[in-house]
Design a protein around this ligand. Structure first.
Ligand SMILES: Cc1ncc(C[n+]2csc(CCOP(=O)(O)OP(=O)(O)O)c2C)c(N)n1
Ligand SMILES: [Mg+2]
Length: 762
């Protein structure tokens, strides 16, 4: 339980009858403690408002009016044991869990020592690893799906405790540059054997832990909220939803937000839930509701939903003036329910504290806050040189030599022939299988990825199983069981959000987005959560998820919604590794690196290449890895450099071979393989040699991935060029259904040939 500095002597001796009175499980001392946290929370808000007006901090978000429900939750749950996904009004919760006022003021001033973010996030964006308070962002509701994944992670480890152990690494890992002061250590590290992200993930879990997640009434309109309710009900997961209903979302009142005006009524049909609706300004009733909710979850019955009616006395934020949309009469009605004054009156009425005791408690709080404010105002800001620190793992560098291994010679076939060449689809499947064998923390889920959700059909051998719409995960559920390979509801945000929560707990989710064209519902989770979590928490939390995505066109019939590319939208996100292999061997090596590394990875698999004859290879064995950011020279040449990746590689190769045959032009064809990071050294070395360069990509031309490469070449290699940097890419439109149109839209070998020839002749 949380510790407190409340002086126990403050409690009045009281008369005999009241002394032993128990308030829904709260003793008199606990009630004083609760009041202390509530009062402190309100006074921190007041202090911050003053500091903001004095321009000593840069933003303020108050928890005023929400103190009672927050403290109640904090006293009913256990810091560092249960898990917390709070929202910005949860100041009192955080205090009750053990966060210090100084920690809060340090975030306000943006200090280097701000334990939540090192000056990277606004105040009231809580993140305290030692208390299991997980870093939160600003988008309303984006924490909710992660709370689901967090609870799933806890349950997984409770059922498979051995998965939580850190395997012994056979050699020390190769550290990332900022952990080893920049000096490369080639050849160090341990590719074979044990080294992977697990060395740096100290997993903790409790068999009866619960996950708390809170949100405002307005936020319950977000789709992710409903995806989360569905997911927790399906999994009967121990998650407590706490909707703190102050009746407004900025200026929008609840009846405009929530059909019928009551979120309790709307959610009441979800199965397996324990429901509570409570006056969230009453700490005793709120505590009782939380205690019941927690007990229900701890006993494994399922999730709980606490709907707390609270008030918002300080406008939405300092930038909002609620008098513009709320008349005095309404605001006065709220003020009569103010939880801080209410609790004070309660303590007096019950004889728990007298006026002297209250004054003394408040004085103690004021003194403590003054010391904290003074200290925070002296705190040093973060160094500007630190801006890129913790974009990626400081522990595991996937570009390092530790991730460079040779393919193993597979066993010869019975008649002594070399092992058969396999497709990209085969090798991805084999790589997933071998990694799952090696690492029990790997979970695979997504739409249709399981063999068969109705297990008994598989057991009775009535069906063979599906394993993905492209069959990439075929057989994995059969081999590893339904708790490691399973179908998710059709909800992409939930796939990525849950995976993010699981990875925060130390699991390695390898999830599938069925088609790149349907990644957009997950965009908020990818852009604002997955890629940012390590950076915004100053390395307090990380979530190295692998997202496998089927991408691309040349399908004759795929049309707009099954053929698009769009990788540059993701390479534009710091914190995310983006990989795009063009052949089976690279897919196997890069996927293994993606799984073993400690960063989130978007692994783009071109559908057209899944079963292509081009680029087949025998399985390179269970430890084959390719480091990220290392291009491959597919065809060496001296006259012209072509930089490409993905399905354009075989097309460009065809064009290059024709150009050499017909015109004697020797093209150097570079397959980038990895788009973030990308291999600038390989590009520069080639362009310095050939002095002519074409950048080719399947996505539409303007603002595409190659635009950045072309710009950088123009910027840094201008004096090496004998010709303008050219690009060949798709037309600036969508991929159409009719094959004649598709051919005209996507870059073809002929287009590449023409551009190469022109460039060579320039
Ligand atoms: C996705 C998203 N949309 C809009 C905003 C801007 N915004 C911040 S808070 C807020 C209102 C939230 O209301 P509610 O959920 O009721 O919480 P309250 O602030 O009332 O506690 C809005 C619209 C945001 N942060 N995120
Ligand atoms: Mg609200």
């Amino acid at each position: 339980m949380a510790t407190t500095k409340t002086d126990p002597k403050l409690a009045l001796a009281g008369n005999g009858a009241k002394k032993s009175k128990n308030y829904e499980g709260l003793t008199r001392e606990r009630l004083i403690e609760a009041y202390r946290f509530m009062y402190m929370s309100r006074r921190i808000d007041d202090r911050e408002i003053l500091l903001k007006r004095q321009q000593k901090i840069y933003f303020q978000m108050s928890g005023a009016g929400h103190e009672a429900i927050g403290v109640a939750a904090g006293l009913a749950l256990k810091p560092g044991y249960d898990w917390f996904y709070p929202y910005y009004r949860d100041r009192a919760l955080c205090l009750a869990l053990g966060v210090k006022p100084l920690d809060m003021f340090l975030q306000g001033v943006g200090a280097a020592d701000d334990p939540s973010s090192g000056g990277r996030q606004m105040p009231s964006h809580w993140s305290y690893p030692r208390l299991n308070i997980v870093t939160q962002s600003s988008p309303t509701g984006s924490q909710i799906l992660q709370a689901v994944g967090c609870a799933e992670g806890g349950r997984y480890f409770a059922r498979r405790p051995q998965a939580a152990e850190i395997p012994a690494a056979s050699k020390s890992p190769l550290l990332a540059p900022d952990a080893r002061n920049g000096a490369p250590v080639a050849g160090d590290g341990a590719a074979v054997g044990g080294f992977d992200y697990r060395q740096f993930k100290n997993v903790t879990f409790q068999n009866d832990e619960v996950t708390y997640v809170s949100l405002g009434d307005g936020t319950s309109s977000e789709g992710e909220f409903w995806e989360a309710l569905n997911a927790v009900a399906l999994g009967k997961l121990p998650v407590i939803f706490c909707v703190q209903d102050n009746g407004y979302a900025i200026s929008v009142p609840v009846e405009v937000q929530t059909a019928g005006g009551s979120i309790s009524r709307l959610v009441s049909g979800f199965p397996h839930f324990h429901f509570e609706e409570v006056d969230g300004t009453d700490p005793v009733a709120s505590y009782a509701a939380f205690a019941r909710a927690a007990q229900y979850c701890r006993e494994g019955h399922g999730p709980a939903f606490v709907h707390a009616h609270v008030i918002r006395p300080y406008s939405h934020s300092l930038s909002d003036d609620e008098r513009l949309y709320r008349p005095d009469v309404e605001r006065e009605r709220d003020a009569a329910r103010d939880p801080v004054t209410r609790t004070q009156m309660f303590l007096l009425r019950e004889g728990i504290l007298d006026e002297k005791g209250i004054t003394q408690l408040e004085k103690q709080v004021e003194e403590e806050l003054q010391v904290a404010v003074d200290q925070a105002l002296e705190a040093l800001p973060p160094a500007p040189e630190s801006i890129k620190k913790y974009l990626y793992s400081p522990d595991v560098d996937p570009t390092s030599a530790a991730f460079s291994t040779q393919p193993a010679e597979g066993p010869a076939t019975a008649d002594g022939k070399k092992p058969a060449a396999k497709t990209m689809a085969d090798l991805i499947n084999s790589t997933l299988r071998d990694e799952m064998k090696r690492d029990e923390r790997i979970l695979i889920f997504g739409e249709d990825v399981a063999d068969c959700s109705r297990e008994e059909y598989l057991k009775r051998k009535l069906v063979k199983g599906k394993g993905g719409v492209f069959k990439l995960t075929f057989g994995l559920q059969n081999e590893f069981g339904p708790d490691r390979v399973f179908n998710s509801p059709l909800a992409e945000a939930a796939i990525v959000g849950r995976a993010t929560g699981m990875a925060t707990r130390g699991l390695k989710p390898v999830v599938e987005i069925q088609f790149f064209d349907y990644i957009w519902p997950a965009m908020m989770q990818i852009r604002d959560e997955l890629t940012v979590i390590r950076w915004r928490s100053n390395n307090g939390f990380s979530c190295p998820v692998v997202i496998r995505v089927a991408i691309g066109g040349y399908l004759t019939g795929g049309a707009i919604y099954h053929s698009q590319c769009g990788e540059s939208i993701f390479t534009h996100m710091p914190g995310l590794r983006v990989v795009f292999p063009s052949n089976a061997l690279d897919a196997a090596g890069l996927l293994r690196t993606a799984i073993r590394c400690d960063d989130p990875v978007l692994f783009l698999e071109h559908k057209r290449l899944y079963r292509e004859t081009y680029g087949r290879a025998p399985y390179p064995g269970p430890d084959y890895m390719i480091p990220f950011g290392k291009a491959k020279i597919v065809h060496p040449g001296t006259d012209l450099t072509v930089i490409t990746y993905g399905a354009v590689v075989p097309r460009a190769l065809q064009a290059a071979q024709k150009l050499e045959r017909e015109n004697g032009v020797k093209v150097e064809l570079i397959d980038l393989r990895c788009l973030n990071p990308f291999d600038w050294e390989a590009i520069a070395a080639s362009v310095e040699k050939t002095n002519r360069v074409l950048v080719a990509y399947e996505d539409s031309l303007s603002w595409g991935y190659g635009a950045e490469i072309a710009a950088r070449i123009a910027d840094q290699l201008f004096d090496k060029l004998d010709a303008p940097v050219r690009r060949v890419a798709a037309a600036d439109t969508f991929v159409a259904y009719q094959p004649i149109l598709e051919d005209a839209i996507l870059p073809q070998a002929n287009d590449l040939f023409r551009a190469m020839k022109e460039l060579a002749e320039y």
